[in-house]
Design a binder for this molecule. Structure first.
Ligand code: ADE
Length: 352
């Protein structure tokens, strides 16, 4: 399986070449790629989704046709790109990985579509950020596997139809709602990725530790899992930070005490929240009387952009039941007030 990738786990160096239509990609595969699961039996979690995909893959193989186009949506770090690569391995086909911001010009998307071979998978990350022109190029490519191009100038303008090989597009987005309906409707399979349970993350951490030769007890893995916000990418990052701590401060073994100490020092609390999460909750409590407060106001007060709050911080805070989205803005929940000791504030009475 060949991978041309700009995935978030793979270090990606884009090189714009002067005389080519598309961007070349290169990547450092020295370490991260090794910890990525390659087949379904190595991929932990998302069990309902995996079962569905296995059936679709088996059916496609039996029919000797490529898979339907697939859309994955959900918060960042849950393994959308990894899953696309797993699908390619299971289908025994090539995958080309790119993201919408690198498909700015029509020739970028045309170039990549024309480079595909029959059965290939094209993975487009952040697909909601595709511009209108690129989207419109994609419609006939997805639906009937051809490109509509115009050649010549004014009076001699001619429309040509270029056939494409049958391929599968896998799109990924953190914002399914931001996709235009014509684009969304062209995906045969639409799947949401869920946050991982502590148990699943414990297994992810144990697997990663084994590959990286990190000495870890199950309790140590669970301690890290509990503070990883349901997200494998965070779990894998934390295990490496805790490993460094274990090497310097203890004998290299990650047990529960070492993991908890390290995570306390990294200021990641028992809910997995970091300083920015806590600052966000404190701002709603202290400056806006518990909310509701508009996202723009919140972003300004926090010094973050709205997109980062919406995509990175908010989904987990909502999922944990710490904040609520309302038509008038974000507000704290009674649960957040209890967990973070905002009980003695006057907004308690007013809000709940
Ligand atoms: N590493 C990151 N995500 C993973 C997953 N879902 N299963 C196994 N290892 C992983």
């Amino acid at each position: 399986m060949a991978i041309i990738s700009d995935d978030d786990n793979i270090k990606f160096n884009k090189r714009k070449s002067k005389d080519t239509t598309s961007e070349e990609t290169s990547y450092d595969m020295s370490f991260e790629v090794n910890i990525r699961p390659k087949y379904f039996d190595e991929y932990i979690g998302q069990s309902a989704l995996k079962s569905n995909l296995k059936i679709s893959i088996e059916a496609a193989k039996k029919r000797e046709l490529p898979l339907d186009h697939i859309l994955f949506y959900g918060p960042p770090g849950l393994g959308k790109t990894t899953l696309a690569s797993v699908i390619a391995s299971e289908m025994n086909t090539n995958i080309k990985i790119t993201s919408a911001p690198s498909l700015e010009r029509p020739r970028d998307i045309i170039g990549i579509l024309m480079s595909l071979k029959a059965g290939d998978i094209l993975f487009i990350d952040e697909i909601h950020r595709l511009n209108k022109i690129s989207e419109e190029i994609l419609y006939p490519a997805m639906e009937d596997f051809y490109l509509d191009m115009t050649t010549g100038k004014s009076q001699t303008l001619k429309s040509v139809r270029i056939p494409l090989p049958k391929f599968t597009l896998i799109g990924a987005t953190t914002k399914a709602g931001a996709l235009s309906s014509p684009l969304r409707d062209r995906f045969g399979l639409i799947h949401r990725l869920e946050f991982y349970t502590d148990d699943e993350l414990t297994k992810v951490i144990q697997r990663t530790a084994k590959i990286l030769d990190i000495d870890i007890e199950k309790e140590g893995a669970t301690a890290i899992a509990k503070r990883s916000r349901g997200t494998p990418r965070i779990a894998n990052r934390l295990v490496k930070r805790v490993r460094d701590f274990a090497i310097v401060k203890s004998n290299g073994l990650i047990d529960s005490a070492t993991a908890n100490n390290a995570l306390d020092i990294l200021q990641i609390d028992k809910f997995g929240l970091d300083n920015t999460d806590r600052a966000l909750l404190n701002i709603i409590a202290d400056k806006y009387n518990g909310g509701p407060v508009g996202i723009e106001t919140l972003a300004t007060a926090l010094g973050e952009d709205t997109k980062t709050i919406e995509d990175v911080y908010e989904p987990y805070l909502v999922q944990k039941g710490f904040i609520q989205r309302t038509p008038r803005g974000r507000k704290l929940t009674p649960f957040a007030c209890k967990c973070f000791h905002f009980e003695d504030t006057d907004f308690q009475q007013r809000l709940f």
